[in-house]
Design a protein. Structure first.
Length: 458
């Protein structure tokens, strides 16, 4: 009992001291936000995918109205997450790439799947499988660079490793290649570039080595191993091949197997546990992290989805180093990819201009009407809709006999404004036919020319 009383006294004493200190703090300190010219910094280095380092982008304006539509790519509902995702799949040996993609389609029960570059049946490694809406990025991923690790065998032993290193060094740069005998494409000569090559290991007693390659898409490593044997004068062939990088994705970047995908789908269907699916599948924005970024206002998103050009008044932030003709990715403020576009302005021009066309869309990724429509809401557009509803304008806003004169004064027809020339009637149009040029054999041409010369001489 005595111990309890002592603890209570100590507790009361501590509370009294705390009250005194709080009271002193209230009377002594001044709780006012002091004015300062320093702008608060925001650390965006840990933000996901396309929003990474958002604070380091060039700011055109911070004034826009955020709309409660769309969401962060990582927080999409599971159905939208799967239908707009990509899988960095570890392709097994023996089945073809098309078979593997078809199996993924059946497992996940989706409408469309595609892959980022065909691997031969015996080849293993990174195969980027695009699902649903992400298939719109397949073509851009097929042309991305690749990395391979190959095991080759020389038909005769080469004891001097320096000769082998020199031959490997020779097989870099632009190379002539013809597809192997067993190939699904036409066997014609083509040029492919090997950016880097490195001999990882070589066993001189067995004539077997391991070769690492960083090369252009479409390079035939099997043909390269044959050429290596020809350079050494002993002949050679490829034994085994593995792709360790496809585009931006490497072996260590969330590589999953077919069993992982199958188990993740089973867990979702039977236990409603979507965590394994979210771990196996990544958002399509992961494929675009290598592109320069331009962020637009939420009010401009749906217009871009319908094919509108990206204009400067709708831009919020943009990245350094953008050049004319470069592929860029247009993003929302939540980090969603809207489209891949071709830049029409450099970064310097964007910083110095007030209006103009920033980029033209090349491939729209986002579905239409994900964000609300924000064009055609001005006073003139509202008045035009009323006239169309009343029958005073045509279906597409063209003037007719009932159109008011006040409207024609402000918006004259295209033919009257002088901006377009009127087409002549069909009766006055000149019909032109293509001129067909026959290919005459050279011997017949010479014979007829000689005959004409003889006739002129007479």
């Amino acid at each position: 009992m005595g111990g309890d009383k002592k603890e209570k006294k100590k507790k009361k004493h501590r509370e009294a001291e705390l009250a005194d200190s709080v009271g002193e703090m209230h009377t002594s300190e001044n709780f006012i936000i002091q004015p300062s010219e320093r702008v608060a910094s925001l650390d965006a280095s840990h933000w996901p995918i396309l929003l990474k380092n958002f604070d380091k982008l060039n700011v055109r304006t911070n004034h826009y109205t955020p709309l409660p539509f769309g969401c962060c790519p990582l927080k999409r509902p599971i159905k939208d997450y799967v239908s707009s995702g990509v899988i960095n799949l570890d392709k097994p040996s023996n089945p073809s790439s098309h078979e593997v993609v078809s199996w993924v389609k059946q497992i996940l029960k989706v409408d469309k799947t595609g892959h980022s570059g065909t691997l031969d049946p015996k080849v293993t490694g990174c195969l980027i499988v695009c699902i649903g809406r992400a298939t719109r990025l397949v073509k851009s991923q097929q042309s991305a660079g690749k990395e391979y690790v190959a095991i080759f065998k020389l038909h005769s032993l080469v004891k001097d490793e320096k000769r082998l290193l020199a031959a490997v060094e020779t097989l870099t740069g632009a190379l002539f290649q013809r597809p192997p005998l067993i190939s699904s494409v036409k066997r014609q000569l083509r040029i492919r570039t090997v950016y880097k090559s490195k001999l990882l290991e070589y066993n001189a007693n067995r004539g077997i080595g391991i070769l690492w390659l960083d090369c252009e898409a479409g390079t035939y490593v099997r043909t390269l191993c044959v050429h290596l044997g020809l350079l050494l004068g002993v002949g050679g062939q490829m034994i085994e091949l593995r792709r360790v990088r496809s585009g931006l994705h490497k072996e260590k970047d969330n590589l999953v197997t077919m069993h992982d995908v199958l188990d993740a789908q089973w867990m979702y269907e039977n236990h409603k546990d979507e965590s394994y699916l979210r771990r196996s599948i990544r958002p399509l924005e992961c494929l675009l992290t290598g592109h320069k970024r331009v962020f637009v206002k939420d009010s401009a998103v749906n217009a871009v989805c319908y094919g509108a050009r990206i204009l400067l008044p709708g831009v919020l932030r943009y990245e350094d180093g953008i050049s004319v003709g470069e592929e860029i990715v247009v993003c929302t403020t939540k980090g969603e990819a809207i489209c891949i576009a071709i830049a029409q302005m450099t970064t310097a021009v964007m910083a110095s201009c007030d209006h103009g066309m920033v980029a033209k869309s090349k491939r729209v990724i986002m579905e239409r009407d994900t964000y609300p429509r924000k064009w055609g809401l001005g006073n003139r557009a509202v008045e035009k809709k009323k006239l169309i509803a009343a029958g005073l304008l045509g279906k597409f806003g063209k003037p007719n006999d009932k159109t008011p004169k006040e409207w024609l004064q402000h918006c004259p027809p295209l033919e009257q404004s002088g901006s377009a020339t009127k087409r002549p009637p069909k009766s006055l149009r000149r019909r032109t036919r293509p001129i067909l040029i026959r290919q005459i054999p050279i011997d017949r041409l010479i014979r007829e020319t000689n005959l004409m010369i003889v006739q002129l001489a007479r």
